[in-house]
Design a protein around this ligand. Structure first.
Ligand SMILES: Cc1cc2nc3c(=O)[nH]c(=O)nc-3n(C[C@H](O)[C@H](O)[C@H](O)COP(=O)(O)O)c2cc1C
Length: 147
């Protein structure tokens, strides 16, 4: 995108969500054009937090706009462990919690359940001094309750 857009003009950049362990993501097709728009099913393809910090963050922290790191996990501990690791790094403006992942034990998405969403956000709040955003899903009957 740096060849197309002056990145210093952006209010912020949220790179691809990272998880604790690397994930290969879903099998193709991952994006499909429909008459109503684009459907995507990427499956959180990412290199994992260690490679993100070692190989991607050195470049991302130089792009000239605030870097908001998106994290996901299948347990509260995943979210807090990644956030603790990010808290040690320079050049991160904020953490975004991708709470659309299914909780491994509960089965339901963190973002669909107010209590689980609260646990994730509260755990991360303890783990980092950085600003924290929760990226909520609209696929609930009462988003205000989750918020
Ligand atoms: C190819 C592709 C990859 C995406 N990857 C992520 C991701 O890693 N983490 C995330 O929270 N959302 C991801 N999204 C969702 C977008 O952040 C956004 O919520 C979604 O596309 C809806 O917004 P839009 O209508 O403006 O596209 C992805 C979307 C697309 C199309």
């Amino acid at each position: 995108m740096a060849k197309l857009v002056d990145l210093t003009r952006l209010g912020g950049m949220v790179p691809k969500t990272i998880t604790r362990a690397p994930r290969p993501g879903n099998h193709p097709w991952r994006t499909v054009e429909t008459p109503a728009g684009l459907l995507n099913s990427i499956g959180l393809d990412n290199d994992g937090i260690d490679t993100f910090v070692a190989d991607h963050l050195p470049y991302l922290r130089t792009i000239g706009c605030p870097l908001i790191v998106s994290v996901a996990g299948t347990s509260c501990e995943d979210f807090t462990a990644i956030s603790e690791q990010l808290n040690e790094q320079e050049g991160i403006a904020a953490i975004e919690l991708n709470v659309s992942c299914p909780n491994v034990s509960g089965g339901v998405d963190f973002g669909s359940n107010p209590e689980m969403c609260h646990q994730v956000v509260a755990g991360v709040r303890q783990a980092t001094d950085l600003p924290v955003f929760a990226k909520l899903t609209p696929n609930v009957s009462n988003i205000a309750g989750v918020a």
